[in-house]
Design a protein around this ligand. Structure first.
Ligand code: ZN
Length: 477
C-alpha cells in the first residue's frame, strides 16, 4: 500500500538548489518531514492539501543575522521580532547578539514557531565583567554562554569595541570550544567601516569567524562605495575558508543615539550615520537629523516595532535620555546589489547569505528584496534559494534544512511570484504563517550540547546542533 501524506503542497514552483529542482511539483510531507517531491501526488494519498499553484515553494528562509533578544533590551521589545520575522516568511533565525535567558523567555511569551539560536552579545559591565577581555576570561565567558543556551558570542565592534589583541582572543576562545563567533567589525584602533574590515584578517589569524553584515562596511564612508565593495571582496577572499559572511538588503540600518554628558554621540555606528550626511556627531546634530526626517526612532505599535520620524522621533529619543534605538537610510542600493550578486570564478557567491539584520528591527525584507533581484534578472530562482536557505543551512550545520531531500525537515517558505512576499511558511510541517498572519507560537530552541540541561528545563522544544558540521568550522579539526 502506498504511503500516505499528512499534507501535500499542490502545484507550486519548487526551487531546491541542493537537488537541482526548479519546476512545478507537488511536495508531500509526513510526520513533519519532507516525504516526496513529485510531479503529481495523488489526492487520495493526502490527509490535507494546500493549493500553491503559481507560487514559489522553497526550503524555509534561514536568517543568519536577526535580533530577537539582546543585552541592550531592558524592556523586552526585541521579542516582537519573532512575529515580525515569521510574518516575512523566515523559519529559522540566528539571534546575533542576544542573551540566552531573555531569548528563551521571549520565545515562550511571543514566539512564532521558528527555530532560533542565539549568541551572547559581549557588552562590558553588562554581559561581561571587564573591557578588553583576555583569553582566560573569554574561555569562561564562552563556556558559561554555551551552558546557558547561546551557541556562541558576538563581538559588537561598532558599539563596544575591544583592542585588536582582545578581539583576537575572543575569537580564539570561541574557536577552541567550537562556539559560533560573529564580529560586527571595529576595534579601538578602527571603526565600523572598511578600515575596521581591513583589520579583520590579521585579527582572525588562523581562526574562524562570521563577519557580520558586509554591507555595513560599504557605505561610502572611506571611499566610493563600490570601491569599498571590491576591497571587501578581496578581504573576504583572503580568508575564504575561514570566514562566513552575510549582507542585508534593507536601505535602513539600526543604531543607538546615546550621547555622553558632553553631548557627543557615544557609538561609532551612530557617528557614521551623522557623518554620512554632514551632521555633527553630537546631540544637536542628531536632533536636527531626526527633525529633518533623515532618520527615525523605533517604537512599539500594535505588537510590532515601527520607525517614526520628525518630532515624534525626537520625543522618543529624549524620553529614553538619548539611549534609544534609531534607524538611518545609510545602505546604498548599489552596494547591496554588488554584495548580493557577486561570485567567484568557480560560481560560488562571494558573500554567503542574504540576511535581514532585522527581527525586532523593522527591515525584514530579505525574501522580497532577493525576489526583486530575481525579477531584475540579477539572480536565478535557484540562486535566490541558495542565498536564502541552502547556504545558510550549511553555514550553521543544519544539514536537515535548506533542501527538500526525503527526510529533510518540513520547513518551507511559499512566495507570491508577483509581490515577492512570502504567503505561507511551515516549520516541521506545521504552518507558522498564513497569508501574512502569524499562527505559530513558541519555537524550537537550537542549542549546542553544552546547553542540553538548560534547554531541557526551559520547557521549550529544543534541538542540539553540531557546529562541527557547520561551514564556519569545516575542516577545523
Ligand atoms: Zn545586527
Amino acid at each position: 500500500m502506498p504511503q500516505r501524506f499528512n499534507l501535500v503542497l499542490r502545484g507550486g514552483h519548487v526551487v531546491d538548489p541542493a537537488n537541482g529542482t526548479d519546476a512545478r511539483m507537488d511536495v508531500g510531507l509526513r510526520l513533519g518531514k519532507i516525504a516526496l517531491v513529485a510531479e503529481r501526488i495523488d489526492d487520495e494519498l493526502a490527509d490535507d492539501i494546500i493549493d500553491v499553484i503559481g507560487k514559489i515553494v522553497m526550503p524555509g528562509h534561514i536568517d543568519t543575522h536577526a535580533h530577537l533578544s539582546g543585552p541592550f533590551d531592558q524592556s523586552g521589545t526585541r521579542a516582537y521580532g519573532h512575529v515580525m520575522l515569521a510574518k516575512s516568511g523566515t523559519t529559522t533565525a540566528l539571534d546575533l547578539a542576544g542573551e540566552p535567558g531573555a531569548l528563551a523567555e521571549g520565545m515562550k511569551r511571543k514566539g512564532a514557531g521558528m527555530n532560533v539560536a542565539t549568541i551572547l552579545g559581549l557588552v562590558p559591565h553588562t554581559t561581561i565583567k571587564e573591557d578588553d577581555p583576555g583569553i582566560g576570561t573569554m574561555r569562561d565567558v564562552v563556556s558559561d554562554a554555551l551552558e546557558r543556551g547561546s551557541i556562541g558570542v558576538k563581538l559588537l565592534g561598532g558599539y563596544h569595541p575591544f583592542t585588536p589583541e582582545s578581539t583576537s582572543q575572543v575569537i580564539a576562545a570561541a574557536n577552541e570550544q567550537l562556539a559560533w563567533v560573529a564580529f560586527h567589525v571595529g576595534s579601538k584602533d578602527s571603526g565600523s567601516d572598511l578600515i575596521g574590515l581591513r583589520e579583520v584578517p590579521e585579527i582572525t589569524g588562523n581562526g574562524r569567524l562570521h563577519v557580520a553584515h558586509i554591507n555595513s562596511y560599504c557605505r561610502g564612508l572611506v571611499m566610493d562605495n563600490l570601491e569599498e565593495c571590491n576591497e571587501a571582496f578581496e578581504i573576504i577572499e583572503s580568508k575564504r575558508s575561514q570566514f562566513v559572511t552575510e549582507a542585508y538588503l534593507a536601505q535602513v540600518n539600526g543604531t543607538n543615539g546615546k550621547c555622553d554628558e558632553d553631548g557627543n554621540l557615544v557609538y561609532n555606528v551612530a557617528q557614521n550615520c551623522m557623518r554620512a550626511r554632514g551632521y555633527a556627531t553630537t546631540d544637536a546634530g542628531m536632533r536636527q537629523a531626526l527633525l529633518d526626517g533623515y532618520g527615525g526612532a523605533l517604537t512599539e505599535r500594535g505588537g510590532r516595532i515601527v520607525i517614526v520620524t520628525g518630532e515624534e522621533a525626537v520625543r522618543i529619543w529624549e524620553e529614553k535620555s538619548t539611549d534609544a534605538s534609531l534607524s538611518f537610510p545609510v545602505n546604498p542600493a548599489t552596494s547591496a546589489f554588488s554584495l548580493t550578486t557577486a561570485k567567484y570564478d568557480d560560481g560560488e557567491f562571494r558573500v554567503d547569505a542574504v540576511s535581514t539584520d532585522g527581527g525586532s528591527l523593522p527591515r525584514n525584507v530579505a525574501i522580497e528584496r532577493t525576489m526583486a533581484l530575481v525579477d531584475f534578472g540579477a539572480l536565478s530562482l535557484l540562486e535566490a534559494a541558495t542565498k536564502l536557505t541552502y547556504t545558510p543551512s550549511r553555514m550553521l550545520g543544519l544539514l536537515n534544512k535548506g533542501h527538500f531531500s526525503e527526510g529533510a525537515d518540513g520547513d518551507i517558505t511559499v512566495i507570491n511570484r508577483e509581490t515577492g512576499k512570502a504567503t505561507l511558511s511551515l516549520v516541521n510541517g506545521e504552518p507558522i504563517m498564513i497569508n501574512g498572519r502569524v499562527v505559530g507560537n513558541g519555537g524550537t530552541w537550537l542549542v549546542k550540547s553544552e546547553a542540553e540541561k538548560t534547554a531541557a528545563s526551559s520547557g521549550l522544544p529544543y534541538q542540539v546542533i553540531d557546529l562541527e558540521q557547520s561551514k564556519l568550522y569545516a575542516g577545523w579539526r
